[in-house]
Design a protein around this ligand. Sequence first.
Ligand SMILES: *[C@@H]1O[C@H](CO)[C@@H](O)[C@H](O)[C@H]1NC(C)=O
Ligand SMILES: *[C@@H]1O[C@H](CO)[C@@H](O)[C@H](O)[C@H]1NC(C)=O
Ligand SMILES: *[C@@H]1O[C@H](CO)[C@@H](O)[C@H](O)[C@H]1NC(C)=O
Ligand SMILES: *[C@@H]1O[C@H](CO)[C@@H](O)[C@H](O)[C@H]1NC(C)=O
Length: 312
Amino acid sequence: MAMCVGLWATFISFLTFNFVNGEISCGVNNENGTNANLATKRDAGAFIINGKDAQPGQVPWVALLYIYLQNGRAMCGGAIVDNYTIVSAAHCFFSCPVPFPLPSLIPSLFPRICKNAMVNTIEVCIGERNRTDPNDGQTCFNATKFHIEPRYLCCSDDNTNDIGIIKIPQGMNIPKFTSDGYGSTNRICLPTEYDYTGPGLISGWGRTSSTSQETATVLQIANVDILSNDECKKDWDVTESQVCALGRNGESSCNGDSGSALFTATETGAKMIGITSYGIVNCVSRPVVYTRAFSFLDFINSHSGPEPQNTK
Ligand SMILES: *[C@@H]1O[C@H](CO)[C@@H](O)[C@H](O)[C@H]1NC(C)=O
Ligand SMILES: *[C@@H]1O[C@H](CO)[C@@H](O)[C@H](O)[C@H]1NC(C)=O
Ligand SMILES: *[C@@H]1O[C@H](CO)[C@@H](O)[C@H](O)[C@H]1NC(C)=O
Ligand SMILES: *[C@@H]1O[C@H](CO)[C@@H](O)[C@H](O)[C@H]1NC(C)=O
């Protein structure tokens, strides 16, 4: 399938084409406009933390999220799953008064706390690469329709069920593959099996160093190993609905990467394995915990596609 997409790119060079949905399969990228297949690219190298700049169009499903708060703005990532739907981490949707104000022992209190702490608007940019360049292909939307996993306990120390969905009711006009890769967009494939271990990739605009708060200007990509939960339990008390990954050379998701996808790249396209959830302070030498996408397929599917106009 990726081969066919490549051929089309040869014929359409120098033009920007908007394919109708279905002609570009999920999980296919468009690196430098060549529709290159990510499977051959286990070369992101050492820095995310220890990632390197993603090439234009290399991660076309990535979404940059800005959450505007009273005292500034927070940054997260997300992944496009269809024309109307972006998957991210639930914790990106909440501005909590103080960390962990209540023990998760009193879950009955959370609906009210969460309602008050939920943000109103999230700015979503797709086709983005250099965040400070307003003209490198991105399209942005201010989104106000969200769905949070109903079991997620916001503002608590319980990080399970950390998944949320952003709706773009007017549609994002994806996929779009351009002749130079810039501004390319596509959806990522959803996982088809519970278990994935081995090579994975992470991407985002989060902190690029464990010793500074500085975040990336240009989208970063890095290689990681997806661990079995038994392996991860040496470091974290993870549940079946979470999955961990660790870089061999210090590659790691960090603050600002929350909500971005952990994915695998195969001949049939990239698959979302996890959603960046949490890790150790300063992000070094410990696995990062991701929400396991496969455990939430029902939730994702139930909020995918166009939505009736009057739901919130
Ligand atoms: C994309 O461009 C970069 C920089 O020129 C190059 O290093 C990389 O190999 C290219 N990727 C592909 C798939 O052509
Ligand atoms: C990102 O964009 C800004 C503004 O156009 C530019 O000054 C900067 O050099 C760009 N960074 C990279 C790495 O391309
Ligand atoms: C979204 O809202 C923010 C804050 O009001 C504003 O700065 C930004 O330009 C808006 N973006 C879009 C795409 O409308
Ligand atoms: C995707 O969204 C665009 C609006 O940007 C819309 O024109 C198009 O019909 C949508 N495609 C599908 C398949 O829903």
